[in-house]
Design a protein around this ligand. Structure first.
Ligand code: IPE
Ligand code: IPE
Ligand code: MG
Length: 244
């Protein structure tokens, strides 16, 4: 079903406000072509750029991608350092284009575990983002859902001990301690790459997200795949525990 109406305008009611994607399958994509896994990560970074632009163009408000998990440090050192190098390159290019395209970008995750250069780029993207409204891309880096919840609980406990918070904590209040503070929950979670698991991504925020899994590997994922995921999303009946 088209997400643009006949006048060529986006149909806001058919586009999820917030799409989250687990960027998976880069390594297998490269292996299939006899290339090193790292070649898959380089193509995957380009795919992210294209999908982010597409999301903005069709009227998605937030796109959140899982780029590096708290568990991904277990990978061989060479692969981890290539991913970090790609992220630095990507963030640098993003900083250069954010002002031109008025894109907001936020990095979510345990930032203290990142290199000083990456942390510096993260503050720069935060600073530029404050100037704009509209589409926001969130990149989860050194991110783990459990780590995020634990981190939030520790911050709340600190505020409580300092008398800055009382014991009437609500779900909404707790949400403001998460890395995703201020960002609405994802409506649609997409996982390419064939695995059907959440791998520690947005555990709190995906309570009522619709899940869409596809065997397409992330470097091969294009606008057509995204349209298909949105079409499936639109066929779902979101009941939130109620009845229709
Ligand atoms: C996702 O692709 C990228 C990261 C986790 C950094 P993978 O590297 O997990 O690719 P596969 O799953 O091995 O194919
Ligand atoms: C999930 O992919 C993490 C990211 C995409 C950043 P993984 O490839 O690390 O997940 P598992 O190991 O298949 O669960
Ligand atoms: Mg994987």
């Amino acid at each position: 079903m088209p997400i643009n109406n006949q006048a060529g305008e986006r149909d806001k009611t058919r586009v999820p406000r917030h799409i989250a994607i687990i960027l998976d399958g880069n390594g297998r994509w490269a292996k299939k072509r006899g290339l090193p896994r790292t070649a898959g990560h380089a193509v995957g970074a380009e795919t992210f750029r294209k999908i982010a632009t597409y999301c903005r163009d069709i009227g998605v408000d937030y796109l959140t991608v899982y780029a590096f998990s708290t568990e991904n440090w277990k990978r061989p050192e060479g692969e981890v350092s290539t991913i970090m190098k790609l992220l630095r390159k990507y963030l640098q290019e993003a900083i250069d284009t954010m002002e031109r395209d008025h894109i907001r970008m936020k990095v979510l995750g345990e930032l203290e575990g990142l290199s000083p250069e990456l942390r510096e780029m993260v503050s720069r993207t935060d600073e530029i983002s404050q100037r704009y409204a509209g589409f926001q891309a969130n990149i989860c880096l050194n991110y783990g859902g459990r780590d995020e919840i634990l981190h939030a609980a520790r911050r709340y406990a600190k505020d409580y001990a300092a008398g800055k918070a009382d014991d009437s904590l609500t779900e909404e209040g707790f949400g403001s301690y998460l890395y995703s503070a201020g960002i609405p929950d994802p409506d649609l979670l997409i996982r390419p790459g064939g695995e059907q698991r959440i791998s520690n991504f947005l555990l709190w925020q995906c309570a009522y997200a619709e899940f869409y899994f596809t065997d397409v590997l992330w470097p091969d994922f294009g606008p057509k795949e995204l349209d298909r995921a949105i079409e499936v999303f639109n066929s779902r009946d979101r009941r939130y525990g109620g009845v229709k």
